[in-house]
Design a protein around this ligand. Structure first.
Ligand SMILES: Cc1cc2nc3c(=O)[nH]c(=O)nc-3n(C[C@H](O)[C@H](O)[C@H](O)COP(=O)(O)O)c2cc1C
Length: 475
C-alpha cells in the first residue's frame, strides 16, 4: 500500500465571464464558454465540481474593462477578455441551490459598496448557502474601476490598503460583535423574535468609515465568511497575513517555497499561527494519454489563443502598456533599450531565453500550465505540495474541458494517493477546509475586535438605559 499524503484543497478559478485566463479558449469547438450568460452552463460546472469533491468554485471579479493596453478598452472588448462581466453575487445562490457541499468564493473589492450593505449581502449569502460562502478581499488594480465607482481614478495603492483595513474592521464588528449568540429567541408563544438587549450598535469611527450599526442581518452559519486574499506587494502581504485564511503565492512552482514562507511569516507577524492560514498556488493543465498527445493538444490550444487578449491582461497585471513594445523585438533588445520598467522589466529579466521575440515570450507567459499525462500532472501537484502549499486554484484553458479532463483522469490518482478528498466533511466551508469550527479562530483580528467590544460593553452594563418602547437595551 502506498503511503497516503495529506490532502490538498482544490478550487476552480473562474470569473462570471466568457474568457478568464484562457485568452481565446472559448473559440474551441468543444468549449461551452459562449453560454456564460446562462445559468445552466454554471450549474453544470458546479455539479461537475461537486461530484469531484472540489472545495471551491472561485469567482474573480473586475469592475472595468482592462484599459491599460494601448490606453483604451478596445482590445479587451474585442477579445472578450474578462469583459463583459456579470455579477457573481447574483449567480452564487442559484448554484448553491443546486449543490450541497461546494464552497463559493466571491470576489468583491472594498471600493465597490459601503461596508454596511456589503456585510448584509455576505450574511445573506452565508444564510442562503448554508455556510458555504467565502470572500476574496481585493483592492482593485484597474484605473477604470476607480472612475466607475465615483473616484476620478483609482486611489493610490497605499490609500486602497488603508481603506481596506478600515473596511474589514467595520464588517468584522458587524458580523462578530453586533448580535450575541442567543439574541434570536423566535418564541412563538410570547411573540418575541429577538432580544434587543443582545443586539448592539458597533459605533465604528474610522479614518474612512463611520458606521453605527447594529448589523441588520442576524448571524449566519459562519458569521464572518471564510476569507481569501491574494497580494504581492509588501503592504498587501502584511494585510493578507493579518486577515486572510487563504493566501496565494506569487509566481509559479519555482517561487512557491519562498512565497509560501513569506506569507506564513506575515500571518505570524500579526499574532496568528502559521497553521491558521492555507497557502494556495495557481495551476493549469493540458492533458494527453501520452506526452506527445498532450504536446499536440497544447499546440492546438495555443493556436486558438488571441494575442491581444494576452497583452490586454498582462498590461493590467503589470500596470504597464505592453502595446509600446515591438512584437518582433527580442526580449534582450527590449531590456537593453531600458524601455521596460517595474513588473515588466523583472518578468522579462527572468526569461530563460532572451533571444526570443516579445510576441513568443508573451504567448509563453500566457501558458503557465502543465502539459503532460495524468501521472505527470500528479507529479507536478506533488511538487507543489512539497513546496509548502495547501491548495491549488485550477484555471481552465477551455471550459468545461479542462475540469472534465482533470476530474476523469487526474482526480482518481490524486484520491488514491490521498491528495484529494474522497468525500466532503460536514459543516460550513470553514469547517470543511480547516477541520475546525464554523467561526474564525480566537487569534483572528475579528475575534480580537469582538472581545474588545464585549469588554467595553460589560463595563457599561452597570448602567442600562430605558428605550423609547420600554425594552431594556444595552447597545
Ligand atoms: C489568484 C488571484 C486572484 C485574484 N483575483 C482578483 C480579482 O478577482 N479582482 C481583483 O481586482 N484583483 C484580483 N487579484 C489581484 C490581487 O488582489 C492583488 O491586487 C494583486 O495580486 C497585487 O497585489 P498587491 O495588491 O499587494 O499589490 C487576484 C490575484 C490572484 C493571485
Amino acid at each position: 500500500m502506498t503511503n497516503k499524503r495529506p490532502r490538498l484543497l482544490f478550487s476552480a478559478f473562474n470569473e462570471f465571464v466568457l474568457s478568464h485566463h484562457d485568452h481565446g479558449g472559448w473559440r474551441r469547438p468543444e468549449s461551452r464558454q459562449l453560454e456564460f450568460n446562462q445559468a445552466d452552463y454554471w450549474i453544470d460546472l458546479a455539479k461537475l465540481l461537486e461530484r469531484a469533491k472540489f472545495d471551491f468554485l472561485f469567482f474573480a471579479d473586475v469592475l472595468a474593462p482592462y484599459d491599460i493596453y494601448n490606453g483604451n478598452r478596445d482590445a479587451a472588448l474585442r477579445s472578450g477578455m474578462q469583459t463583459p462581466v456579470n455579477d457573481p453575487a447574483v449567480l452564487i445562490p442559484i448554484l448553491a441551490h443546486e449543490t450541497e457541499n461546494l464552497g463559493f468564493v466571491l470576489t468583491e473589492n472594498i471600493l465597490q459598496e459601503p461596508p454596511y450593505t456589503f456585510a448584509r449581502k455576505l450574511s445573506t449569502l452565508d444564510h442562503l448557502t448554508n455556510g458555504r460562502i467565502a470572500w476574496n478581499i481585493v483592492t482593485s488594480f484597474l484605473p477604470g474601476a476607480g472612475r466607475n465607482l465615483g473616484w476620478t481614478g483609482l486611489p493610490s495603492h497605499d490609500e486602497r490598503y488603508g481603506r481596506a483595513e478600515d473596511y474589514v474592521n467595520v464588517v468584522y464588528k458587524l458580523w462578530e460583535a453586533s448580535w450575541e449568540d442567543d439574541a434570536v429567541v423566535a418564541d412563538r408563544e410570547r411573540g418575541v423574535y429577538a432580544d434587543p438587549a443582545k443586539i448592539h450598535r458597533i459605533d465604528h469611527v474610522g479614518p474612512y468609515y463611520d458606521v453605527a450599526g447594529p448589523h441588520i442581518t442576524q448571524p449566519s452559519p459562519q458569521r464572518t465568511p471564510y476569507l481569501f486574499n491574494a497580494a504581492a506587494s509588501g503592504r498587501g502581504i502584511a494585510f493578507a497575513g493579518a486577515n486572510a485564511e487563504v493566501l496565494f503565492t506569487s509566481g509559479g512552482l519555482k517561487e512557491a517555497p519562498e512565497s509560501a514562507a513569506r506569507l506564513r511569516a506575515a500571518a505570524v507577524a500579526s499574532g496568528r499561527k502559521a497553521e491558521d492560514v492555507k497557502i494556495f498556488g495557481g495551476f493549469g493543465l493540458v492533458l494527453g494519454s501520452t506526452t506527445a498527445e498532450a504536446i499536440q493538444l497544447d499546440q492546438e490550444v495555443r493556436e486558438s489563443q488571441i494575442l491581444e487578449s494576452i497583452l490586454v491582461k498582462y498590461s493590467g497585471f503589470w500596470q504597464d502598456d505592453l502595446g509600446k513594445y515591438p512584437l518582433n523585438a527580442s526580449v534582450a533588445e527590449i531590456l537593453d533599450s531600458g524601455a521596460a520598467r517595474g513588473a515588466t522589466a523583472s518578468v522579462l529579466a527572468g526569461a530563460a531565453d532572451k533571444d526570443i521575440s516579445f510576441e513568443t515570450f508573451m504567448r509563453g507567459a500566457a501558458n503557465h500550465h502543465t502539459v503532460g499525462t495524468p501521472e505527470q500532472i500528479v507529479d507536478e501537484i506533488v511538487a507543489w505540495q512539497d513546496a509548502g502549499i495547501d491548495g491549488l486554484n485550477l484555471h481552465y484553458l477551455v471550459s468545461p474541458g479542462t475540469y472534465e479532463d482533470f476530474v476523469e483522469h487526474v482526480r482518481p490518482i490524486l484520491v488514491e494517493r490521498g491528495l484529494m478528498q474522497e468525500e466532503y466533511a460536514p459543516g460550513t466551508v470553514r469547517e470543511k477546509a480547516t477541520g475546525l469550527g464554523p467561526y474564525l479562530p480566537a487569534s483572528h483580528p475579528a475575534q480580537r475586535a469582538r472581545r474588545a467590544l464585549e469588554e467595553a460593553r460589560s463595563q457599561d452594563a452597570a448602567k442600562p438605559q430605558e428605550s423609547a418602547i420600554g425594552v431594556t437595551s444595552n447597545d
